[in-house]
Design a binder for this molecule. Structure first.
Ligand code: C5P
Length: 220
């Protein structure tokens, strides 16, 4: 069978990562967390003293770090210049800067190329999660899902995952980040015209996974 490409987009805290990993594992597909790639390049910028609020400073060094993603849904990995950054990329200092870095066109061009290379190498297929996968990175995907959830549900899910933040702070930071991601010029967070929208507010993870798996099977 030909490889199946699944794009899963949506704002933070809608269950994209958990859903994407579970769907990929269940169907024997690879998995790519594109948010982790943007976080990884942001982590490198922070670590190297680059002013992340200065787009030209960011653009000038965009090609420097080597970012490698491991695509096994059961144990995805992310390294920068050979260093495992899975932990540090979830810290507040990276989370608060990632939207500014990912809005820089040079960054998007580079990371998008990486994503397309990884997707085209997946033998059975791949589940790719992010913000612009269905619209920009893989517009020819076999299935496009757009996950949504209420801001309250999203903040509650995220504060369970992130260290050192209360619910209100998390909720406000999340709304700010989504606004920045949706409002940027280059490849904003958006639902593709042919994406299936799934509101996860009232659904369990298992229900969302089942729904997406069924949709993938219909396409195969
Ligand atoms: O998914 P996650 O919350 O880890 O993504 C972190 C950030 O990376 C997003 O807030 C967004 O700024 C950026 N991102 C993006 N395009 C993607 C995936 C993530 O701009 N495809």
């Amino acid at each position: 069978a030909k490889p199946v490409i699944v794009a899963i987009d949506g704002p933070s805290g809608t269950g994209k990562s958990s859903t994407s990993k579970a769907v990929a594992a269940q169907l024997g597909l690879s998995y790519l967390d594109t948010g982790a790639q943007y976080r990884a390049i942001t982590w490198w910028m922070v670590n190297n003293g680059i002013d992340t609020d200065d787009p030209s400073a960011v653009a000038a060094v965009t090609g420097k770090p080597e970012i490698v993603s491991g695509t096994d849904p059961k144990s995805p990995t992310i390294t920068v210049d050979g260093v495992d950054v899975a932990g540090p990329i979830r810290e507040q200092d990276v989370t608060s800067r990632v939207s500014a870095v990912s809005a820089v066109p040079e960054v998007r061009t580079r990371i998008t190329e990486l994503q397309r290379t990884i997707a085209s190498a997946a033998v059975t297929g791949i589940v790719v999660e992010g913000r612009d996968i269905g619209t920009t990175v893989l517009p020819g995907a076999d299935l496009k899902i757009f996950l949504t959830a209420s801001p309250e549900a999203r903040a509650a899910r995220r504060s369970g995952e992130l260290k050192g933040a209360d619910l209100n702070t998390t909720r406000e930071a999340l709304i700010r980040r989504d606004a920045a991601d949706s409002g940027r010029k280059t490849s904003p967070l958006a639902k593709a015209g042919d994406a299936v929208e799934v509101d996860t507010t009232e659904l369990t993870l298992q229900q969302v996974v089942e729904c997406v798996v069924t949709l993938v099977e219909e396409k195969r």
